[in-house]
Design a protein around this ligand. Structure first.
Ligand code: OGA
Ligand code: MN
Length: 304
C-alpha cells in the first residue's frame, strides 16, 4: 500500500497514512518515512494501534533513542525510553502536585525539547493514550520557513551568534520561583542560533523557552532578540495545531521546528501522552543515557 502524505501548511506539517507502523517495517518503508519527516518537519499519524513497546520499536527507525529522566515517585511505564508528558500520577489520578503542574505549564511555552542539553534532541514522537473530551492540542511552528523569510539584515545580524539554554529558565517563566542567581548555578548548554537541518539542508532558528541569553551580548538585548525571533517564528502563517484521540501520534523534528502544548484544564481532565525522543546524531559524544546525566547534578543541587 502506498504511503499517503497530506500537507497541512504549504511548507510544513503533513498527515501521513497508508502504512501500519505498529508492525516491523522493511528498510525501504522506514527510509521513506524518514524522508517524509525530513521534508515536512512534523507528521501526524491517526489511529496508529501503537502500544508502549511498539511505540519505542517504531521510534528506532529514526536513530538512537534517549532515555527519560526518572520522576520523583517513579515511572508509570516499564520502558525507560518513555517520557511522561501526561497529567497523571502513578496511581492513575490527575496530578495534584504544584511542581509537576508548573512543569506541564512550562510545556505550554514555545520550546524545543532538550535544547538545554549539549546533546540535542532530533525527533520527538508523542503518542496519545487518553485525550480530554475537548480540544487539548499540540502547536507547531515552522522554524525553517520562518528563517527563510527573515529580512536580510536580521539574517546578517544573527549569523554566527550562539544562545545559552537552561531548563530552569523556562521553568521560571512558567511560574517556578527560581532567582536569576539560582539559575546561574544550573547547567546550561550553548548552541548556534542558526542551525543547518541536515535532513533538508535548510537553515532553522534554534530558539524557544529554554534559551536564556545570547553569548557575548548584553542580557536585556539578548532577551529582546530572542523574544523578537520567537514572535517571528510563531506568526500564524508558520503555525498549526493538532488534536488527538487515543492512538494518534505526532512526530516533530526539534532541529526544524518549535512546539508547545495547548491549553486545557489539567486539573479536571486526564490527558495521557507518552513521548520517545531521538538523539541528534550530529551532537558530540556517544549514545547513552544523556537526559538522566543532565538531571543528576541538577537534582543534587536542588536537594542540597
Ligand atoms: C513534549 C511536549 C506537548 C503536548 O512532550 O515535549 O511538549 O501537547 N508536549 O503535550
Ligand atoms: Mn516538548
Amino acid at each position: 500500500m502506498a504511503i499517503e502524505v497530506k500537507p497541512i501548511l504549504e511548507r510544513f506539517g503533513a498527515e501521513v497514512s497508508g502504512v501500519d507502523i505498529s508492525r516491523p517495517l522493511d528498510a525501504a518503508t522506514a527510509q521513506e518515512i524518514v524522508a517524509i519527516q525530513n521534508r515536512w518537519g512534523v507528521t501526524v499519524w491517526r489511529d496508529t494501534g501503537l502500544d508502549d513497546a511498539s511505540h519505542v520499536a517504531f521510534t528506532r527507525i529514526f536513530g538512537d533513542v534517549i532515555h527519560a529522566p526518572p520522576l520523583k515517585d517513579g515511572p508509570r511505564f516499564s520502558q525507560p525510553e518513555l517520557f511522561d508528558a501526561s497529567n497523571i500520577d502513578r496511581q492513575g489520578n490527575i496530578v495534584d502536585d504544584e511542581k509537576r503542574r508548573i512543569t506541564n505549564r512550562g510545556n505550554r511555552l514555545w520550546h524545543i525539547d532538550s535544547s538545554f542539553m549539549e546533546v540535542r534532541a532530533a525527533q520527538s514522537l508523542l503518542l496519545c493514550h487518553e485525550a480530554p473530551p475537548h480540544s487539548a492540542p499540540t502547536w507547531f511552528a515552522d522554524a525553517r520557513s520562518a528563517y527563510d523569510d527573515l529580512p536580510a539584515p536580521m539574517k546578517d545580524r544573527i549569523e554566527g551568534l550562539e544562545a545559552r539554554h537552561c531548563y530552569f529558565w523556562s521553568r521560571r517563566k512558567a511560574g517556578y520561583p527560581y532567582t536569576e542567581e539560582e539559575i546561574d548555578a544550573f547547567q546550561h548548554a550553548t548552541h548556534p542560533l542558526v542551525h543547518v537541518h541536515r535532513g533538508s539542508g535548510r537553515k532553522m532558528l534554534y530558539i524557544g523557552a529554554h534559551a536564556r541569553d545570547i553569548v557575548g551580548m548584553d542580557r536585556d538585548e539578548g532577551r529582546e532578540l530572542l523574544d523578537e525571533l520567537t514572535a517571528w517564528v510563531t506568526q500564524p502563517q508558520y503555525t498549526f495545531s493538532t488534536d488527538y484521540r487515543a492512538g494518534d501520534m505526532t512526530i516533530w523534528d526539534n532541529l526544524a521546528c518549535l512546539h508547545r502544548a495547548g491549553d486545557f484544564d489539567e486539573t479536571l481532565y486526564r490527558r495521557d501522552m507518552r513521548r520517545t525522543t531521538i538523539r541528534d546524531p550530529q551532537s558530540p559524544g556517544e549514545p547513552g543515557d544523556v537526559v538522566q546525566d543532565m538531571f543528576r547534578p541538577a537534582r543534587e543541587v536542588a536537594a542540597g
